[in-house]
Ligand binder design. Structure first.
Ligand code: GTP
Ligand code: MG
Length: 348
């Protein structure tokens, strides 16, 4: 499934024309040819930029062109080359040629560049055409057009669903009981330092990908704890599952913190479909479970969450229901994803 698709047209710059000119100078009779060459047209590059996370900008602007080369001049002056155009795209963008759908490149690492369209060569000035026989050629050539290409950009989801919670909420444990992934699990905050991915079997040949990320603390969106680094990893999930530890005495405050951090990081995260889990049910007495579950449920409903479940990864309580929930979340996330706007059509 795709999160984002955009079709754009790019054109490299045309080469500048060569110049036809003859020297005119006092005391220089029969000045020879001195028309210079045209400059090269600018190239168009794509570059992966980790400060971007969507292809949204390409919905507003669909045509891109680099500068043309300048024409050559008299006195053998070569025209200036056209400036290149560098178009930043989010890391993880696949570039496909239209209409063949051939993948030209996957721009994965920040800073990775790809030459999409080469600028046209500049034309030759008449100075270049002089020969022994024709010492004053009046011929010069026009600059060559630059490459023009229509491409489709696709940004894939990293995972269908992201697990979000305070440190120690039990995210990695949940991933380990639902998938074949074996993340590090320990009873101290920030056990997980980089995201873990797993595939959950949803039955009936369906599956979903789950991303476990490091714990969030208040101020994470400003860089506290492990900061931004990992929020980036759930930026491209279709839905979120918020986890609150059963032994957290203030589950609502924990949820407010999580939601607040997500919202401060970016609108998209807080707008994703989500659901909530109260974890570690096994370590609580019944009265406490009931009370905290009611609080989390009310919070979740109040913000349009899908539903709230009680789980114990250790005892296996609620896991079938979690799978069901993941299936529903995945669908909600897919429905929420931006639809393919279709191929580019020229505007008159
Ligand atoms: N009793 C009980 N303990 C659990 C359960 N789930 C997780 N734990 C324990 O809680 C601690 C933290 O679990 P993790 O899965 O590492 O938590 P995390 O949310 O990934 O933590 P960070 O990676 O630090 O953000 C570990 O000691 C787990 O064994 C559960 O269902 N019941
Ligand atoms: Mg973890």
């Amino acid at each position: 499934m795709f999160l984002d698709v955009a079709t754009i047209r790019v054109a490299a710059g045309k080469g500048g024309n060569g110049c036809t000119s003859t020297r005119r100078e006092k005391f220089v009779p029969r000045g020879g040819p001195d028309g210079g060459n045209g400059g090269r047209g600018g190239d168009v590059w794509l570059v992966a930029d980790d400060s971007l996370s969507t292809l949204l900008d390409f919905r507003y602007r669909r045509e891109y062109a680099a500068d043309d080369g300048k024409a050559g001049g008299g006195n053998r002056r070569t025209g200036a080359d056209g400036d290149e155009l560098v178009i930043p795209v989010p890391c993880g963008t696949s570039v496909l040629q239209v209409p063949e759908e051939k993948v030209l490149v996957d721009l994965v690492d920040s800073g990775q560049r790809f030459l999409l369209a080469s600028g046209g060569r500049g034309g030759r000035g008449n100075w270049e055409f002089r020969t022994a026989r024709n010492q004053t050629p009046m011929k010069s050539t026009a600059g060559k057009p630059g490459d023009a290409i229509e491409i489709r950009l696709e940004l894939r989801l990293i995972a269908d669903i992201g697990l979000v919670g305070a440190p120690n909420a039990g995210k990695s444990t949940l991933l380990s009981v639902l998938t074949a992934a074996r993340p590090k699990i320990a009873n101290y905050p920030f056990t997980t330092l980089s995201p873990n991915l797993g595939i959950v079997d949803l039955g009936e040949y369906r599956s979903c990908t789950l991303a476990d990320i490091p714990g969030l603390i208040e101020g994470a969106s400003d860089g506290k704890g492990l900061g931004h680094e990992f929020l980036k990893h759930i930026e491209r999930t279709g839905a979120l599952l918020l986890l609150v530890a059963g032994d957290d005495e203030e589950p609502v405050a924990a949820l407010d913190m999580l939601y607040g951090e997500l919202g401060q990081y970016g609108e998209r995260l807080a707008a994703l479909p989500f659901a909530a889990l109260l974890t570690k049910a096994d370590i609580l007495d019944e009265a406490t479970v009931a009370e905290r579950l009611a609080a989390v449920t009310a919070w979740c409903e109040g913000r349009g969450g899908l539903r709230t479940l009680l789980v114990s990864a250790v005892r296996g309580d609620g896991l079938p229901q979690v799978r069901q929930l993941l299936g529903d979340l995945r669908e909600a996330g897919a429905a929420d994803g931006q639809a393919d706007p279709g191929p580019w059509t020229p505007t008159a």
